[in-house]
Design a protein around this ligand. Structure first.
Ligand code: G4P
Length: 535
């Protein structure tokens, strides 16, 4: 099958303010996908007041077109998958990480490794996702580069391998030395040009280096020698997520960024295989397969479009061809699938493994759904993490019970929050990672489903999925803990914990039980077709 260009499908992740948007924008400039800076606004979300979710949703509307930014560079089609910067939408980010083949992590040189980054890297580690690191903002005073490497190791479990090394920092920042090429890229602050001043040397001992760097040359030589402890770059180790190449630069000043992008498109992984219940599906698999990792609903009543984002894993996706929606066992075809160009979306006729297509949806899809050419495949590894905030949700209008149930089901299918049910009485609990989702749900339930809801705060901190070799063990565990027992949407037993201390005690008292803090999004076939219409 002629696959036009190799794909590089990845996400740029960072703690807010480390420079993700700036870096994305510079990549798009290099790729010729945008002409001016300031075109990427999506994750400016976090900069609005955190309580103003409508404002956030408005911006999420804009961000549909920046959900995936595609362009051609270095003989590859580059697909950057955007991730929300706001921590209340962390689950969106975790799910997006299932659809990428690698990650570029941006770390602020002054702040070092920050909390949100630790969580994101935990997900990457679980999935053995290759990570490349940019230590950004070298034009500012920051932490010592050696300390930053230590932090990458200690806090993120990465094995860093610096490919470039900085000379000075802040006002004394002179540039970066490329270890493999023996080249020195001299720093000049320029927000607009992409030209750089690169000098080549015959190794670090070249006396020319002293002419350019003066008294800083011996220090550089010393550093380069010490860097040997990090070994040399080994692409296999990087692809196996056992080594993380590190670059130093300044996204704002366009410094070290082209070098990073050039290297990235060369070394980054091709679209990789994905695990299904029937084994690995590689890109060599001749038939189309893909899974939905994100659903975007527009709150604007004039534009009620819902877009399901599908990562193509194998085969060729074609417009207007019938595909098999595995869970619903139903044929669907798409007249206007979207392929995302940078800050633009176009209808496409075909798309390939590694690409993400946007499918207009009227409620057929939920996160984790798969499309095939008839095969019964379910993709594994799409995580549902334990929420951190829990509230009971009540329907205030008994005449709207149907709408209430449908709304909760659809919104949780979209991944806005997780739904748990307690017996007796089918009491419903919503679990989220951020306060904002509660506002989003209340608003959307009323405006989209006509159901007025009320919340009641609950004291739980975590949901743990309880597993055991035999189900009787689970029943007897919950016998005296009914108020902590709930079922997730797929009927799995969940313990709702109200203290870390109690959780630890229960774990040690019940060695036969396994307490898991994440569950896979389960997609089972035979579920009802929610509204019986075709896509
Ligand atoms: P994020 O997406 O990771 O949240 O970060 P973003 O790119 O928005 O960058 C956060 C701030 O850091 C921005 O400044 C940006 O200009 C600045 N920045 C990014 N890269 C560098 C760098 O290499 N050096 C320096 N000195 N600053 C950098 P802001 O004032 O918050 O926003 P803006 O008004 O400039 O957009």
């Amino acid at each position: 099958m002629p696959n036009p260009l190799p794909r590089r499908t990845f996400a740029i992740v960072s703690h807010p303010d480390a420079g993700k948007t700036t870096l994305t924008e510079k990549f798009l400039l290099f790729g010729g996908a945008i002409q001016t800076a300031g075109a990427v606004k999506s994750n400016k979300i976090r900069k609005t007041a955190t309580s103003d979710f409508m404002e956030i949703e408005k911006q999420r509307g804009i961000s549909v077109s920046t959900s995936v930014m595609g362009f051609e560079y270095g003989g590859c089609r580059v697909n950057i998958l955007d991730t929300p910067g706001h921590k209340d939408f962390a689950e969106d980010t975790y799910r997006t990480l299932t659809a990428v083949d690698s990650v570029i992590l941006v770390v602020d040189a002054a702040k070092g490794v920050e909390e949100q980054t630790e969580n994101l890297m935990r997900v990457c580690r679980m999935r053995a996702t290759p990570v490349l690191v940019l230590i950004n903002k070298m034009d500012r005073e920051g932490q010592d580069p050696w300390d930053l490497l230590d932090e990458l190791e200690a806090k993120l479990g990465l094995h860093p391998c610096p490919l470039s090394w900085p000379i000075g920092q802040g006002d004394r920042f002179k540039g970066v030395y490329n270890r493999a090429k023996g080249e020195l890229d001299l720093f000049s602050a320029s927000k607009t040009t992409i030209a750089s001043d690169v000098r080549h040397f015959d190794g670090a001992d070249d006396p020319e280096l002293d002419k350019v760097l003066g008294a800083l040359a011996p220090k550089l030589r010393e550093d380069l020698e010490l860097l040997d402890v990090y070994g040399s770059f080994d692409r296999k180790a990087y692809l196996a997520a056992e080594q993380a190449p590190v670059f130093f630069g300044s996204a704002l000043n366009n410094f070290g960024i082209k070098e990073l992008l050039d290297t990235f498109v060369k070394i980054a992984p091709e679209p990789g295989p994905r695990l299904t219940q029937a084994g690995l599906i590689t890109t060599q698999h001749p038939k189309l397969t893909g899974f939905v990792f994100k659903i975007h609903a527009n709150l604007d009543p004039n534009h009620r479009d819902r877009i399901a984002f599908m990562r193509i894993c194998s085969g060729k996706f074609e417009r207007n061809k019938f595909y098999h929606h595995v869970r619903l066992s139903k044929k669907l075809r798409f007249a206007a699938p979207l392929l995302f160009q940078a800050s633009d979306r176009n209808t496409v006729d075909e798309a390939w493994p590694g690409d993400v297509v946007g499918l207009y949806d009227t409620g057929n899809f939920k996160i984790g759904d798969s499309l095939t050419e008839g095969e019964k495949l379910y993709f594994k590894g799409i995580p549902a993490f334990s929420p951190e905030l829990f509230r009971r949700v009540e329907n205030l209008d008994p005449f709207k019970a149907k709408q209430f149930d449908k709304g909760l089901r659809q919104l949780t299918d979209e991944g806005v929050a997780q739904l748990f049910v307690q017996q007796p009485g089918n009491r419903k609990i919503i679990g989220t990672v951020g306060e904002l989702q509660f506002d989003v749900i209340q608003f959307r339930m009323l405006h989209e489903y006509g159901a007025k809801v009320r919340y009641q705060a609950l004291p739980y901190l975590k949901a743990c999925w309880i597993h055991a070799a035999d189900s009787e063990q689970i029943d007897s565990f919950f016998q005296y803990r009914r108020e902590h027992h709930a079922y997730d949407k797929d009927g799995n037993s969940v313990y709702l914990a109200d203290s870390e201390w109690m959780l630890q005690r229960l774990q040690s008292e019940n060695p036969g039980l396994e307490f898991r803090f994440s569950a896979e999004v389960m997609v089972q076939d035979g579920e009802d077709n929610p509204n019986g219409d075709e896509g």
